[in-house]
Design a protein around this ligand. Structure first.
Ligand code: DGT
Ligand code: CA
Ligand code: CA
Ligand code: ZN
Length: 583
């Protein structure tokens, strides 16, 4: 059955094609509906199945016409109007609009003027110099397209962690329900919590491989089988490929270690083993010090580990290490001397400092957001709606006067709440690293998050200077989503994370891990560099509705990829300590 994400995807494509066709208003309505469909907490296809049309129309932005299309799509797998539009405009719009600076309108024009339908067609036209001849375009546009082609090709092929991990959880729950499954676990990049995922790898230990594989490929959620054999099978669920490996229980640990990766970690670990007369592979750890030709067979030598993953590391005299650390960024050396970080967990988090309400572009009242924070057991919670400024769309940003009004409302909610509610703002770091807030406003606010929303194409040197300048501004408490990247959409700023970390440490400004799965900004290696330089981190959700306070899950695992311990993260601190930091 169609997932909410798939339904939303159809309306996004619909909106893009309508916009390419120069239709007004409708694209906006379809995008708004798509956002709400995507965020809807329960499967909309279930309402269709139950004939519950009213509940569908209750979704924000979904009226009679859109509801009909949802029903049509769930029931037939197509929307006739969309099919007609696709026939009129045979553009691979999702592909072409991956180029930064090329939106649906441009794509439409390129199709009408030059017949461009695909990324390949676009590249050919750019190489031939045809694009700069189109009226309204010029050499600069053409150059921009050339510069961004390579990036555009690499994105979109990987799934967001936030979409792949819930599926992986479902796969695990399904496998655990099979009697013949002795042990199962996710492996690969998803177990390491990478921000984007090529495919979902799962591993099963069982004595009955055939049985497990047969049940796996026949799982209800599977859309198609890609391949299956005696030890593995691959299927497609929605847009995601799931790879299952099946091993005997005695080799589960070694297979789990191998298939978790990363490749770089495995290479470094294998070399570490070789230096110690050991051989490591998916079948076990083998002592080959007495063996003449260790490569004479996969299982040559004396097998000393393989049943458990911890045993594999122990065989090398190493502590077991959390999968998030396995990127060959110093974890093996640290494990060898017993100095792996004591990574933070979700239970360490006491609050969230960057969330939005209907005062700017959020969906809920201050009270609703605070109640949701209370329900999560937080000790404190920060509202940080958008201030007006560069990169903030339309009139959704708050003026200084409106900020003062909102602060009063937040104080009222705080007085009635069981938890501490901070009055904050998300200010805009302009191209020079300045923010635009009056002194009086700054004095009233508890937390100032400042984030770049514009001029995201600066070179690394300029961007580093700009962000350091913001970090050094004594008014700013948290540098929000420092790069401004949107995964699969735009690369955002590049910068020297160590320089940011040093500045942050010197001026008591925290660097944000924005937990929105489309951002995960900062990311593991940058967090590690910043912490090494002495910086503190804030893990925030940037939630625009209560349900996305759950994004904290992605932020915490990203922090773990950056070697963060609880003390490194300000929103694990006790209220008094945090207050002092913010002061
Ligand atoms: P992905 O799927 O692109 O997000 O990244 P991974 O890390 O999940 O990579 P994948 O699915 O190709 O393979 C899963 C794991 O299996 C990988 O992390 C390490 C291991 N692996 C796969 N191929 C090789 C290889 O050629 N050499 C080594 N050492 N390990 C490999
Ligand atoms: Ca994978
Ligand atoms: Ca794989
Ligand atoms: Zn922002």
């Amino acid at each position: 059955m169609a997932t909410n994400a798939e339904i939303a995807g159809r309306f996004e494509e619909f909106a893009d094609l309508l916009e390419a066709d120069d239709v007004e208003y409708k694209p906006r309505a379809y995008r708004r509906a798509a956002d709400n469909i995507r965020a809807h907490p329960t499967p909309i296809a279930d309402y269709v199945a139950a004939g519950d049309r009213d509940t569908i129309e209750d979704i924000d932005g979904v009226g009679d016409a859109i509801a009909s299309k949802i029903v049509e799509y769930v029931e037939t797998g197509e929307i006739e109007e969309l099919e007609e539009l696709r026939a009129d405009l045979p553009i691979d719009i999702a592909d072409i609009t991956r180029i930064e600076g090329v939106g649906p309108k441009t794509a439409g024009k390129l199709y009408r003027e030059l017949g461009i339908e695909t990324l390949d067609g676009l590249e050919a036209a750019a190489e031939a110099g045809e694009i700069q001849e189109v009226s309204g375009f010029g050499p600069k546009t053409e150059q921009n397209i050339r510069d961004n082609l390579e990036f555009a090709r690499t994105i979109g092929q990987r799934q967001l962690l936030g979409e792949a991990r819930p599926l992986a959880d479902d796969v695990l729950a399904f496998l655990e329900s099979i009697d013949a499954v002795d042990r199962c676990e996710v492996a690969g990049s998803i177990r390491r919590w990478r921000a984007t995922i090529g495919d979902v790898d799962v591993l099963v230990g069982t004595e009955s491989a055939d049985d497990v594989i047969e049940q796996f490929v026949n799982w209800d959620s599977v859309d198609s089988e890609i391949e299956s054999g005696p030890e593995k099978a691959s299927v497609r669920v929605g847009e995601i490929r799931v790879d299952l490996r099946v091993v005997v229980p005695g080799e589960f640990g070694s297979a789990l270690q191998y298939f978790t990766g990363s490749k770089d970690h495995n290479v470094a670990l294998r070399n570490y083993a070789i230096d110690r007369g050991m051989k490591l592979n998916e079948y076990g750890a083998f002592d080959v010090s007495e063996v003449e030709d260790p490569d004479s067979g996969q299982r040559a030598g004396e097998r000393v580990a393989g049943e458990t993953e911890a045993g594999m590391y122990e065989a090398l005299g190493l502590e077991w290490m959390p999968p998030e650390l396995r990127e060959d960024r110093g974890e093996i050396d640290a494990a060898a001397v017993g100095e792996l970080p004591d990574l933070l967990t979700r239970d360490d988090v006491r609050g969230d400092l960057h969330t939005h309400t209907g005062w700017s572009d959020g969906n809920n009242t201050i009270s609703e957001m605070v109640e949701a924070a209370e329900a999560r057991g937080y000790d404190y919670f920060g509202i940080a709606d958008h201030a007006e400024g560069p990169g903030v769309v339309g009139d959704m940003g708050l003026s200084d006067t409106q900020i003062i009004e909102q602060v009063e409302s937040i104080r009222e909610v705080d007085a009635a709440a069981d938890i501490e509610v901070f009055a904050g703002i998300e200010a805009n770091v302009d191209a020079n690293g300045e923010i635009d807030l009056g002194e009086e406003v700054i004095a009233e606010l508890d937390v100032i998050v400042a984030s770049p929303h514009s001029a995201l194409d600066q070179d690394a040197g300029t961007a580093t200077e700009r962000l350091v300048r913001a970090i050094e501004n004594p008014a700013i408490d948290v540098l929000g989503h420092p790069s401004g990247r949107l995964l699969n959409e735009r690369s955002g700023l590049t910068f020297d994370a160590t320089a940011l970390g040093e500045a942050a440490a010197a001026s008591d400004t925290a660097l944000e891990i924005n937990s929105n799965p489309r951002r995960l900004d900062l990311w593991g290696s940058a967090v590690q560099a910043a912490i090494d330089a002495g910086a503190s981190i804030a893990i925030n959700t940037d939630a625009h509705r209560p349900s996305t306070l759950e994004f904290m899950r992605w932020g915490v695992h990203t922090a773990r990829r950056g070697w963060a311990e609880p003390a490194d993260v300000i929103n694990t601190w006790e209220l008094a300590d945090l207050r002092e930091f913010l002061h």
